[in-house]
Design a protein around this ligand. Structure first.
Ligand code: PLP
Length: 452
Protein backbone atom coordinates (compact mmCIF):
# COMPACT_ATOMS: atom_id res chain seq x y z
CA UNK A 1 0.00 0.00 0.00
CA UNK A 2 2.94 2.34 0.64
CA UNK A 3 4.12 1.82 -2.94
CA UNK A 4 0.64 2.35 -4.40
CA UNK A 5 0.15 5.36 -2.15
CA UNK A 6 3.13 7.17 -3.62
CA UNK A 7 1.37 7.05 -7.02
CA UNK A 8 -2.33 7.43 -6.16
CA UNK A 9 -2.99 7.72 -2.43
CA UNK A 10 -6.77 7.59 -2.90
CA UNK A 11 -6.49 4.09 -4.37
CA UNK A 12 -4.24 2.95 -1.52
CA UNK A 13 -6.80 4.35 0.92
CA UNK A 14 -9.68 2.58 -0.85
CA UNK A 15 -7.82 -0.74 -0.76
CA UNK A 16 -7.17 -0.27 2.95
CA UNK A 17 -10.82 0.65 3.54
CA UNK A 18 -11.95 -2.46 1.66
CA UNK A 19 -9.77 -4.62 3.90
CA UNK A 20 -11.30 -2.96 6.96
CA UNK A 21 -14.83 -3.43 5.62
CA UNK A 22 -14.23 -7.07 4.77
CA UNK A 23 -12.77 -7.65 8.22
CA UNK A 24 -15.66 -6.07 10.08
CA UNK A 25 -18.65 -7.24 8.00
CA UNK A 26 -20.57 -10.40 8.64
CA UNK A 27 -20.27 -11.51 5.03
CA UNK A 28 -23.16 -13.81 4.14
CA UNK A 29 -23.16 -13.22 0.40
CA UNK A 30 -23.30 -16.76 -0.96
CA UNK A 31 -21.07 -16.02 -3.95
CA UNK A 32 -18.24 -14.39 -1.99
CA UNK A 33 -15.30 -15.73 -0.05
CA UNK A 34 -11.84 -14.79 1.21
CA UNK A 35 -9.03 -15.98 -1.08
CA UNK A 36 -5.81 -16.93 0.69
CA UNK A 37 -2.75 -14.63 0.73
CA UNK A 38 -1.01 -17.14 -1.59
CA UNK A 39 -3.82 -16.76 -4.13
CA UNK A 40 -3.84 -12.96 -3.85
CA UNK A 41 -0.07 -12.70 -4.20
CA UNK A 42 -0.01 -15.00 -7.23
CA UNK A 43 -2.33 -12.47 -8.93
CA UNK A 44 -0.22 -9.37 -8.39
CA UNK A 45 2.96 -9.83 -10.39
CA UNK A 46 4.77 -9.57 -13.74
CA UNK A 47 2.58 -12.15 -15.50
CA UNK A 48 0.08 -9.31 -15.78
CA UNK A 49 2.31 -7.78 -18.48
CA UNK A 50 2.31 -10.79 -20.79
CA UNK A 51 0.17 -11.42 -23.86
CA UNK A 52 -0.50 -15.10 -24.62
CA UNK A 53 -3.41 -15.63 -27.04
CA UNK A 54 -3.71 -19.30 -28.00
CA UNK A 55 -3.17 -22.31 -25.77
CA UNK A 56 -0.22 -24.11 -24.20
CA UNK A 57 2.47 -24.71 -26.84
CA UNK A 58 0.37 -22.96 -29.55
CA UNK A 59 0.60 -19.22 -28.95
CA UNK A 60 0.17 -16.26 -31.25
CA UNK A 61 2.98 -14.47 -29.35
CA UNK A 62 6.62 -15.26 -28.68
CA UNK A 63 8.09 -15.60 -25.22
CA UNK A 64 5.25 -17.53 -23.61
CA UNK A 65 7.28 -20.33 -22.00
CA UNK A 66 6.48 -19.24 -18.44
CA UNK A 67 2.82 -18.67 -19.24
CA UNK A 68 2.76 -22.19 -20.74
CA UNK A 69 4.15 -23.54 -17.47
CA UNK A 70 1.54 -21.75 -15.38
CA UNK A 71 -1.41 -22.63 -17.62
CA UNK A 72 -0.37 -26.29 -17.87
CA UNK A 73 -0.08 -26.56 -14.08
CA UNK A 74 -3.45 -24.88 -13.52
CA UNK A 75 -5.13 -27.23 -16.03
CA UNK A 76 -3.43 -30.26 -14.48
CA UNK A 77 -4.68 -29.31 -10.99
CA UNK A 78 -8.17 -28.70 -12.37
CA UNK A 79 -8.27 -32.13 -14.04
CA UNK A 80 -7.05 -33.80 -10.84
CA UNK A 81 -9.26 -31.94 -8.38
CA UNK A 82 -12.42 -32.46 -10.44
CA UNK A 83 -11.58 -35.77 -12.13
CA UNK A 84 -12.11 -34.10 -15.51
CA UNK A 85 -10.82 -35.29 -18.87
CA UNK A 86 -10.02 -31.77 -20.05
CA UNK A 87 -9.73 -28.34 -18.40
CA UNK A 88 -9.61 -24.89 -20.00
CA UNK A 89 -8.51 -22.32 -17.44
CA UNK A 90 -8.52 -19.09 -19.46
CA UNK A 91 -12.06 -17.67 -19.05
CA UNK A 92 -11.94 -14.34 -17.24
CA UNK A 93 -15.22 -14.89 -15.42
CA UNK A 94 -18.17 -17.25 -15.10
CA UNK A 95 -20.11 -15.53 -17.85
CA UNK A 96 -17.12 -15.88 -20.16
CA UNK A 97 -16.85 -19.56 -19.28
CA UNK A 98 -20.50 -20.02 -20.26
CA UNK A 99 -19.90 -18.28 -23.58
CA UNK A 100 -16.93 -20.54 -24.30
CA UNK A 101 -19.07 -23.58 -23.50
CA UNK A 102 -22.00 -22.40 -25.67
CA UNK A 103 -19.78 -21.77 -28.69
CA UNK A 104 -17.93 -25.05 -28.24
CA UNK A 105 -21.23 -26.94 -28.20
CA UNK A 106 -22.54 -25.07 -31.24
CA UNK A 107 -19.33 -25.71 -33.15
CA UNK A 108 -19.30 -29.40 -32.24
CA UNK A 109 -22.98 -30.18 -32.72
CA UNK A 110 -24.24 -27.89 -35.47
CA UNK A 111 -23.36 -28.38 -39.12
CA UNK A 112 -22.58 -24.73 -39.87
CA UNK A 113 -20.12 -23.65 -42.56
CA UNK A 114 -20.40 -19.95 -41.61
CA UNK A 115 -19.45 -20.83 -38.05
CA UNK A 116 -16.42 -22.77 -39.29
CA UNK A 117 -15.39 -19.73 -41.34
CA UNK A 118 -15.92 -17.44 -38.37
CA UNK A 119 -13.77 -19.62 -36.14
CA UNK A 120 -10.91 -19.46 -38.59
CA UNK A 121 -10.85 -15.67 -38.31
CA UNK A 122 -10.79 -13.02 -35.64
CA UNK A 123 -14.26 -11.88 -34.65
CA UNK A 124 -13.41 -8.32 -35.78
CA UNK A 125 -12.78 -9.60 -39.30
CA UNK A 126 -16.34 -10.88 -39.79
CA UNK A 127 -18.40 -8.80 -42.22
CA UNK A 128 -22.17 -8.31 -42.34
CA UNK A 129 -22.67 -11.27 -44.68
CA UNK A 130 -20.73 -13.54 -42.29
CA UNK A 131 -22.94 -12.44 -39.38
CA UNK A 132 -26.13 -12.87 -41.40
CA UNK A 133 -25.05 -16.40 -42.40
CA UNK A 134 -24.15 -17.20 -38.81
CA UNK A 135 -27.52 -15.99 -37.59
CA UNK A 136 -29.28 -18.15 -40.20
CA UNK A 137 -27.30 -21.23 -39.20
CA UNK A 138 -27.42 -20.82 -35.46
CA UNK A 139 -30.68 -18.93 -34.90
CA UNK A 140 -32.71 -22.08 -34.59
CA UNK A 141 -30.75 -23.64 -31.74
CA UNK A 142 -32.48 -24.21 -28.43
CA UNK A 143 -31.43 -23.78 -24.83
CA UNK A 144 -33.38 -25.11 -21.85
CA UNK A 145 -32.18 -23.63 -18.55
CA UNK A 146 -33.46 -22.95 -15.06
CA UNK A 147 -35.57 -19.81 -14.73
CA UNK A 148 -34.15 -16.84 -12.91
CA UNK A 149 -36.80 -16.78 -10.17
CA UNK A 150 -36.24 -20.49 -9.49
CA UNK A 151 -32.54 -19.80 -8.88
CA UNK A 152 -31.00 -19.99 -12.37
CA UNK A 153 -28.45 -17.47 -13.62
CA UNK A 154 -29.12 -14.75 -16.17
CA UNK A 155 -26.72 -16.47 -18.59
CA UNK A 156 -28.96 -19.55 -18.61
CA UNK A 157 -31.23 -18.12 -21.29
CA UNK A 158 -32.66 -15.07 -19.54
CA UNK A 159 -34.00 -12.68 -22.21
CA UNK A 160 -31.89 -9.56 -21.56
CA UNK A 161 -28.69 -11.64 -21.60
CA UNK A 162 -26.92 -12.70 -24.81
CA UNK A 163 -27.83 -16.33 -24.00
CA UNK A 164 -31.49 -15.40 -24.35
CA UNK A 165 -30.80 -13.77 -27.69
CA UNK A 166 -28.44 -16.25 -29.36
CA UNK A 167 -30.71 -19.22 -28.58
CA UNK A 168 -34.38 -19.95 -28.75
CA UNK A 169 -34.87 -20.28 -25.07
CA UNK A 170 -37.21 -21.97 -22.65
CA UNK A 171 -36.94 -22.16 -18.87
CA UNK A 172 -37.80 -24.83 -16.35
CA UNK A 173 -38.88 -23.77 -12.87
CA UNK A 174 -39.49 -25.53 -9.59
CA UNK A 175 -42.51 -27.26 -8.11
CA UNK A 176 -44.61 -24.44 -6.58
CA UNK A 177 -45.36 -26.55 -3.52
CA UNK A 178 -41.89 -27.81 -2.68
CA UNK A 179 -39.67 -25.18 -4.31
CA UNK A 180 -37.59 -28.07 -5.71
CA UNK A 181 -36.84 -29.08 -9.28
CA UNK A 182 -39.64 -31.30 -10.57
CA UNK A 183 -37.68 -33.76 -12.72
CA UNK A 184 -40.82 -35.31 -14.23
CA UNK A 185 -42.05 -31.88 -15.39
CA UNK A 186 -38.57 -31.02 -16.65
CA UNK A 187 -38.44 -34.28 -18.63
CA UNK A 188 -41.79 -33.43 -20.20
CA UNK A 189 -40.61 -29.92 -21.14
CA UNK A 190 -37.43 -31.36 -22.64
CA UNK A 191 -39.42 -33.87 -24.70
CA UNK A 192 -41.60 -31.10 -26.11
CA UNK A 193 -38.88 -28.49 -26.62
CA UNK A 194 -36.03 -30.80 -27.71
CA UNK A 195 -33.18 -28.44 -26.79
CA UNK A 196 -29.65 -28.58 -28.13
CA UNK A 197 -28.46 -27.75 -24.61
CA UNK A 198 -29.96 -28.75 -21.28
CA UNK A 199 -28.35 -26.40 -18.77
CA UNK A 200 -28.28 -27.25 -15.07
CA UNK A 201 -26.83 -25.17 -12.27
CA UNK A 202 -27.90 -22.20 -10.20
CA UNK A 203 -27.14 -19.02 -8.32
CA UNK A 204 -29.87 -19.25 -5.71
CA UNK A 205 -31.22 -22.80 -5.43
CA UNK A 206 -30.69 -24.14 -1.91
CA UNK A 207 -30.71 -27.82 -2.82
CA UNK A 208 -28.54 -30.39 -4.56
CA UNK A 209 -29.23 -31.42 -8.14
CA UNK A 210 -29.36 -35.01 -9.33
CA UNK A 211 -27.00 -34.87 -12.31
CA UNK A 212 -27.50 -38.53 -13.20
CA UNK A 213 -31.19 -37.78 -13.77
CA UNK A 214 -30.30 -34.62 -15.68
CA UNK A 215 -28.04 -36.65 -17.98
CA UNK A 216 -30.76 -39.24 -18.50
CA UNK A 217 -33.16 -36.49 -19.59
CA UNK A 218 -30.54 -34.93 -21.87
CA UNK A 219 -29.78 -38.31 -23.48
CA UNK A 220 -33.44 -39.06 -24.00
CA UNK A 221 -33.88 -35.92 -26.12
CA UNK A 222 -30.40 -35.92 -27.70
CA UNK A 223 -29.30 -32.76 -25.83
CA UNK A 224 -25.87 -31.80 -24.55
CA UNK A 225 -25.85 -31.65 -20.75
CA UNK A 226 -24.07 -28.49 -19.66
CA UNK A 227 -23.66 -27.79 -15.96
CA UNK A 228 -22.76 -24.37 -14.57
CA UNK A 229 -21.27 -25.25 -11.17
CA UNK A 230 -20.11 -21.68 -10.46
CA UNK A 231 -21.71 -21.69 -7.04
CA UNK A 232 -20.88 -25.14 -5.81
CA UNK A 233 -17.51 -25.92 -7.45
CA UNK A 234 -15.85 -25.78 -4.01
CA UNK A 235 -18.24 -28.42 -2.70
CA UNK A 236 -17.36 -30.65 -5.67
CA UNK A 237 -13.61 -30.08 -5.23
CA UNK A 238 -14.00 -30.68 -1.48
CA UNK A 239 -15.79 -33.98 -2.18
CA UNK A 240 -18.99 -33.03 -0.38
CA UNK A 241 -20.91 -33.40 -3.62
CA UNK A 242 -20.18 -36.88 -4.93
CA UNK A 243 -21.99 -39.58 -6.93
CA UNK A 244 -25.17 -38.19 -8.49
CA UNK A 245 -24.47 -34.78 -6.86
CA UNK A 246 -21.16 -34.41 -8.73
CA UNK A 247 -21.73 -32.93 -12.21
CA UNK A 248 -18.35 -33.78 -13.71
CA UNK A 249 -18.85 -37.49 -14.50
CA UNK A 250 -22.36 -36.88 -15.83
CA UNK A 251 -22.13 -33.68 -17.89
CA UNK A 252 -20.70 -33.31 -21.37
CA UNK A 253 -19.36 -29.92 -20.34
CA UNK A 254 -19.07 -28.03 -17.07
CA UNK A 255 -18.49 -24.31 -16.60
CA UNK A 256 -17.58 -22.62 -13.35
CA UNK A 257 -16.28 -19.56 -11.62
CA UNK A 258 -13.16 -19.88 -9.50
CA UNK A 259 -13.94 -17.28 -6.82
CA UNK A 260 -17.06 -18.48 -5.00
CA UNK A 261 -17.02 -21.67 -2.89
CA UNK A 262 -13.82 -22.66 -4.73
CA UNK A 263 -12.08 -19.70 -3.02
CA UNK A 264 -9.73 -18.77 -5.84
CA UNK A 265 -9.17 -15.55 -7.80
CA UNK A 266 -12.02 -13.97 -9.75
CA UNK A 267 -12.26 -16.01 -12.92
CA UNK A 268 -13.81 -18.89 -14.80
CA UNK A 269 -13.01 -22.35 -16.13
CA UNK A 270 -14.48 -24.97 -18.45
CA UNK A 271 -14.16 -28.75 -17.95
CA UNK A 272 -15.31 -31.11 -20.66
CA UNK A 273 -15.36 -34.56 -22.20
CA UNK A 274 -12.57 -35.20 -24.73
CA UNK A 275 -14.80 -34.73 -27.80
CA UNK A 276 -15.41 -31.07 -26.92
CA UNK A 277 -11.82 -30.25 -25.88
CA UNK A 278 -10.69 -28.96 -29.23
CA UNK A 279 -13.55 -26.49 -29.56
CA UNK A 280 -13.31 -25.38 -25.92
CA UNK A 281 -9.64 -24.54 -26.42
CA UNK A 282 -10.67 -22.11 -29.17
CA UNK A 283 -12.33 -19.87 -26.55
CA UNK A 284 -9.65 -17.23 -27.07
CA UNK A 285 -9.94 -15.35 -29.41
CA UNK A 286 -13.39 -16.68 -30.43
CA UNK A 287 -15.17 -15.12 -27.46
CA UNK A 288 -12.42 -14.24 -24.97
CA UNK A 289 -9.83 -11.50 -24.90
CA UNK A 290 -6.19 -12.39 -24.25
CA UNK A 291 -5.62 -14.69 -21.27
CA UNK A 292 -4.79 -13.16 -17.87
CA UNK A 293 -1.70 -15.20 -16.96
CA UNK A 294 -1.43 -13.64 -13.48
CA UNK A 295 -4.98 -14.79 -12.72
CA UNK A 296 -4.27 -18.23 -14.20
CA UNK A 297 -1.27 -18.45 -11.83
CA UNK A 298 -3.62 -17.67 -8.95
CA UNK A 299 -6.10 -20.27 -10.22
CA UNK A 300 -3.29 -22.85 -10.11
CA UNK A 301 -2.51 -21.93 -6.50
CA UNK A 302 -6.19 -22.05 -5.51
CA UNK A 303 -6.64 -25.43 -7.20
CA UNK A 304 -3.57 -26.76 -5.39
CA UNK A 305 -5.23 -25.63 -2.14
CA UNK A 306 -8.52 -27.24 -3.22
CA UNK A 307 -6.79 -30.64 -3.47
CA UNK A 308 -5.84 -30.70 0.23
CA UNK A 309 -7.45 -32.38 3.24
CA UNK A 310 -7.88 -28.92 4.81
CA UNK A 311 -10.04 -27.87 1.88
CA UNK A 312 -12.21 -30.95 2.26
CA UNK A 313 -12.73 -30.03 5.93
CA UNK A 314 -13.65 -26.49 4.88
CA UNK A 315 -16.14 -27.72 2.25
CA UNK A 316 -17.93 -29.98 4.73
CA UNK A 317 -18.01 -27.16 7.28
CA UNK A 318 -19.57 -24.81 4.69
CA UNK A 319 -22.51 -27.22 4.37
CA UNK A 320 -22.72 -27.93 8.12
CA UNK A 321 -22.77 -24.19 8.79
CA UNK A 322 -25.47 -23.57 6.17
CA UNK A 323 -27.58 -26.33 7.75
CA UNK A 324 -27.06 -24.85 11.23
CA UNK A 325 -27.95 -21.36 10.01
CA UNK A 326 -31.07 -22.61 8.25
CA UNK A 327 -32.13 -24.66 11.29
CA UNK A 328 -31.59 -21.67 13.58
CA UNK A 329 -33.74 -19.48 11.35
CA UNK A 330 -36.50 -22.06 11.08
CA UNK A 331 -36.59 -22.56 14.84
CA UNK A 332 -37.22 -18.82 15.16
CA UNK A 333 -40.07 -18.95 12.67
CA UNK A 334 -38.29 -17.57 9.59
CA UNK A 335 -39.63 -18.96 6.29
CA UNK A 336 -37.08 -20.60 3.97
CA UNK A 337 -37.68 -21.52 0.33
CA UNK A 338 -37.79 -25.37 0.16
CA UNK A 339 -37.83 -25.39 3.96
CA UNK A 340 -34.05 -25.51 4.32
CA UNK A 341 -30.80 -26.24 2.52
CA UNK A 342 -28.46 -29.07 1.67
CA UNK A 343 -25.75 -26.98 0.03
CA UNK A 344 -23.97 -23.74 0.96
CA UNK A 345 -26.90 -21.32 0.70
CA UNK A 346 -30.42 -20.67 1.91
CA UNK A 347 -33.14 -18.39 0.61
CA UNK A 348 -35.28 -16.50 3.13
CA UNK A 349 -38.82 -15.55 2.08
CA UNK A 350 -39.13 -12.17 3.79
CA UNK A 351 -42.69 -11.56 2.59
CA UNK A 352 -43.86 -13.34 5.74
CA UNK A 353 -42.44 -10.30 7.63
CA UNK A 354 -44.25 -7.91 5.30
CA UNK A 355 -40.95 -6.84 3.74
CA UNK A 356 -39.46 -6.76 0.26
CA UNK A 357 -35.99 -8.19 -0.31
CA UNK A 358 -34.75 -4.65 -0.87
CA UNK A 359 -35.99 -3.47 2.54
CA UNK A 360 -34.65 -6.55 4.32
CA UNK A 361 -31.25 -6.30 2.60
CA UNK A 362 -30.87 -2.65 3.68
CA UNK A 363 -32.05 -3.30 7.24
CA UNK A 364 -29.65 -6.25 7.61
CA UNK A 365 -26.77 -4.13 6.32
CA UNK A 366 -27.69 -1.51 8.88
CA UNK A 367 -27.18 -4.19 11.54
CA UNK A 368 -23.76 -5.22 10.18
CA UNK A 369 -24.95 -8.21 8.14
CA UNK A 370 -24.12 -8.21 4.42
CA UNK A 371 -26.50 -10.24 2.24
CA UNK A 372 -28.19 -9.79 -1.11
CA UNK A 373 -31.81 -9.63 -2.10
CA UNK A 374 -32.93 -12.34 -4.46
CA UNK A 375 -36.09 -13.33 -6.28
CA UNK A 376 -37.94 -16.33 -4.92
CA UNK A 377 -40.03 -18.70 -7.09
CA UNK A 378 -43.04 -16.85 -8.61
CA UNK A 379 -41.85 -13.68 -6.89
CA UNK A 380 -44.62 -11.05 -6.81
CA UNK A 381 -42.03 -8.27 -6.38
CA UNK A 382 -39.96 -9.07 -9.49
CA UNK A 383 -36.18 -9.16 -9.82
CA UNK A 384 -35.48 -5.61 -8.56
CA UNK A 385 -37.32 -5.42 -5.22
CA UNK A 386 -37.76 -9.19 -4.76
CA UNK A 387 -39.21 -11.06 -1.80
CA UNK A 388 -36.10 -12.99 -0.83
CA UNK A 389 -32.76 -12.71 0.90
CA UNK A 390 -30.00 -15.10 -0.14
CA UNK A 391 -27.52 -16.11 2.53
CA UNK A 392 -24.46 -18.34 2.23
CA UNK A 393 -21.73 -19.60 4.51
CA UNK A 394 -18.50 -19.96 2.43
CA UNK A 395 -16.86 -16.69 3.53
CA UNK A 396 -17.59 -17.01 7.24
CA UNK A 397 -16.52 -20.66 7.17
CA UNK A 398 -13.18 -19.65 5.65
CA UNK A 399 -12.78 -17.23 8.54
CA UNK A 400 -13.28 -20.08 10.99
CA UNK A 401 -16.82 -19.56 12.28
CA UNK A 402 -18.69 -22.75 13.15
CA UNK A 403 -22.19 -24.00 13.90
CA UNK A 404 -22.47 -22.22 17.30
CA UNK A 405 -21.81 -18.87 15.69
CA UNK A 406 -24.37 -19.72 12.99
CA UNK A 407 -27.06 -19.95 15.64
CA UNK A 408 -26.11 -16.48 16.92
CA UNK A 409 -26.27 -15.17 13.36
CA UNK A 410 -29.71 -16.76 12.89
CA UNK A 411 -30.79 -14.85 16.00
CA UNK A 412 -29.41 -11.57 14.63
CA UNK A 413 -31.15 -12.04 11.28
CA UNK A 414 -34.44 -12.97 12.91
CA UNK A 415 -34.24 -9.96 15.26
CA UNK A 416 -33.68 -7.62 12.30
CA UNK A 417 -36.55 -9.10 10.28
CA UNK A 418 -38.94 -9.09 13.22
CA UNK A 419 -38.18 -5.46 14.11
CA UNK A 420 -38.08 -3.87 10.66
CA UNK A 421 -41.21 -2.08 9.50
CA UNK A 422 -41.91 -1.42 5.83
CA UNK A 423 -43.07 2.04 4.84
CA UNK A 424 -46.42 2.00 3.09
CA UNK A 425 -45.44 4.19 0.12
CA UNK A 426 -42.20 2.50 -0.95
CA UNK A 427 -40.84 -0.98 -1.61
CA UNK A 428 -37.37 0.28 -0.69
CA UNK A 429 -37.82 2.26 2.52
CA UNK A 430 -38.13 0.83 6.00
CA UNK A 431 -37.70 1.75 9.64
CA UNK A 432 -35.51 -0.02 12.17
CA UNK A 433 -34.77 1.49 15.57
CA UNK A 434 -31.22 2.91 15.24
CA UNK A 435 -30.31 1.92 18.81
CA UNK A 436 -31.33 -1.68 18.12
CA UNK A 437 -29.46 -1.68 14.78
CA UNK A 438 -26.31 -0.42 16.52
CA UNK A 439 -26.63 -3.06 19.26
CA UNK A 440 -27.03 -5.83 16.67
CA UNK A 441 -24.09 -4.50 14.61
CA UNK A 442 -21.88 -4.60 17.67
CA UNK A 443 -22.98 -8.21 18.39
CA UNK A 444 -22.14 -9.05 14.76
CA UNK A 445 -18.69 -7.49 15.15
CA UNK A 446 -18.11 -9.39 18.41
CA UNK A 447 -18.78 -12.68 16.64
CA UNK A 448 -15.95 -11.90 14.22
CA UNK A 449 -13.39 -10.70 16.80
CA UNK A 450 -11.90 -14.17 17.42
CA UNK A 451 -11.46 -14.68 13.65
CA UNK A 452 -9.52 -11.67 12.33
N1 PLP B 1 -22.92 -18.66 -13.37
C1 PLP B 1 -23.50 -18.67 -12.16
C2 PLP B 1 -24.33 -19.85 -11.77
C3 PLP B 1 -23.31 -17.60 -11.27
O1 PLP B 1 -23.91 -17.60 -10.08
C4 PLP B 1 -22.51 -16.50 -11.69
C5 PLP B 1 -22.25 -15.35 -10.82
O2 PLP B 1 -23.00 -14.84 -10.10
C6 PLP B 1 -21.95 -16.54 -12.97
C7 PLP B 1 -22.16 -17.62 -13.77
C8 PLP B 1 -21.16 -15.38 -13.50
O3 PLP B 1 -19.92 -15.27 -12.96
P1 PLP B 1 -19.04 -13.96 -13.23
O4 PLP B 1 -19.61 -12.89 -12.39
O5 PLP B 1 -17.67 -14.39 -12.80
O6 PLP B 1 -19.10 -13.68 -14.69
Amino acid sequence: LDVIGTVEPRIAAAIRAELDDQRSALKLIASENYASPAVLLAMGNWFSDKYAEGTVGRRFYAGCANVDTVEAIAAEHARTVFGAAHAYVQPHSGIDANLVAFWAILADRVEAPALRRAQARHVNDLNDDDWAALRRELGDQRLLGMSLDAGGHLTHGFRPNISGKMFQQRAYGVDPNTGRIDYAALRQTAREFRPLILLAGYSAYPRRINFATMREIADEVGAVLMVDMAHFAGLVAGQVLTGDDDPVPHAHIVSTTTHKTLRGPRGGMVLCQPELADQVDRGCPMVLGGPLPHVIAAKAVALAEAGTADFRTYAQQVVDNATALADGLKRRGVTLVTGGTDNHLALIDVSAHGLTGRQAEAALLNAGIVTNRNAIPQDPNGAWYTSGIRIGTPALTTRGLGTNEMDHIADLIHTVLANTQPTADSKAKYTLDPALAAKLASRAAELLTPYP
